[in-house]
Design a protein around this ligand. Structure first.
Ligand code: LMR
Length: 330
């Protein structure tokens, strides 16, 4: 081959390489973030904040697509979808990991945490951090906790003492601890996806449910539940998760930037959670659609006494060391 031909071939090869590289570079990493709640909730706001931060900092390289309101996957499917690579980020409630680990059941124990400060303290301590990795053997990684808040009981009739809940049907998340909690007061728990709760309440297929102020407000449960007992009996928080395969497959230069954006979005979501626990409660009271019942100390103690035996029942599955650490965080 003549010198000029060699030069021409080299130029063509080089141009092809540049072209293919730019095609590769032009294709962004897509992160689908699927969740089940409304956008005006702590989790909805956190997801949107994460997208905004990634757009600003990694625009063109990483594309975040947020799917709220169970649009992409309901809470009974999202973990399987993640393992199949159909979704890359989610933040299911800590009550929805039954199939993947028993330790996370700690968060469902009734009356374990006295306030959200105690929850935060436990989560940031050594046991809470260890629990982030409790699903690792199943191919999932916990990237952080996100708060929603303490749960309240809503119902079609006033619930002041445990006897008021007897024989009533309550929707619960897919947790055996939550089932035991309602059975402890003689009620009938039904495991149902979040997306079905409003209709179940509206059609009176069930009598009540437990949730946070922001979920009761944003999903309009208060419009079909005339009574809400301010019980603060349990916590509803989230584990922000991804699959090990997706996370370890990210370029080393990108992964820390995504984690940083996520940490900032979580901090933002936690602020929203604290604000909404107060503001959405007040909006419900102001709506006059639902009466908010405050318990006397003696009434509340009856719920504690009735539900607390659940701790012992799940102690071996969860691990006593975790329960002791949680008690200490109060
Ligand atoms: C529920 O199912 O009640 C909650 O987990 C929904 C959510 O994600 O806040």
């Amino acid at each position: 081959m003549s010198k000029s031909k060699v030069l021409l071939v080299s130029l063509v090869v080089a141009a092809a390489l540049v072209a293919s590289a730019s095609v590769v570079m032009a294709k962004p990493i897509v992160i689908k973030f699927s969740h089940v709640v409304a956008e005006n909730t702590p989790k909805g706001q956190m997801a949107n904040k994460f997208k905004q931060l990634v757009d600003e900092r990694l625009g063109g390289k990483v594309l975040v697509e947020v799917f709220p309101n169970s649009q992409l996957f309901g809470d009974n499917k999202v973990l399987e979808a993640m393992l199949l690579g159909d979704v890359q980020l989610a933040a299911p409630s800590l009550s929805k990991f039954k199939k993947y680990t028993k330790s996370l059941q700690i968060y469902d124990l009734p009356f374990l945490f006295s306030n959200m400060g105690a929850v935060e303290k436990f989560q940031q301590g050594p046991e809470g951090q260890k629990l982030l990795m409790s699903i690792k053997s199943k191919g999932l990684i916990g990237l952080g906790y996100l708060h929603n808040g303490l749960k309240q009981l809503s119902a079609s009739s006033p619930l002041r003492v445990p006897a008021d809940a007897k024989s009533k049907k309550f929707r619960i998340m897919s947790s055996d601890v939550l089932a035991a909690q309602f059975e402890a007061v003689g009620a009938m728990p039904l495991k149902k996806p979040f997306s079905e709760v409003f209709t179940l309440l509206q059609t009176k297929a069930i009598d009540g449910q437990e949730n946070t102020w922001s979920n009761i407000y944003s999903k309009k449960f208060y419009e079909v539940q005339p009574y809400i007992t301010e019980s603060n009996h349990g916590v509803l928080d989230y584990l922000v998760i991804t699959s090990t395969e997706f996370w370890t497959g990210l370029p080393d230069a990108i992964r820390p930037q995504i984690k940083k954006a996520l940490d900032e979005a979580i901090a933002f979501g936690n602020k929203v959670a604290a604000q909404k626990a107060i503001a959405d409660r007040q909006k419900i009271i102001d709506s006059k659609r639902s009466e908010v019942l405050e318990l006397t100390a003696a009434e509340r103690q009856q719920w504690v006494d009735a539900m607390k035996p659940v701790w012992k029942k799940f102690e071996d599955q969860i691990g006593k060391n975790y329960i002791d650490a949680a008690i200490k965080s109060n």
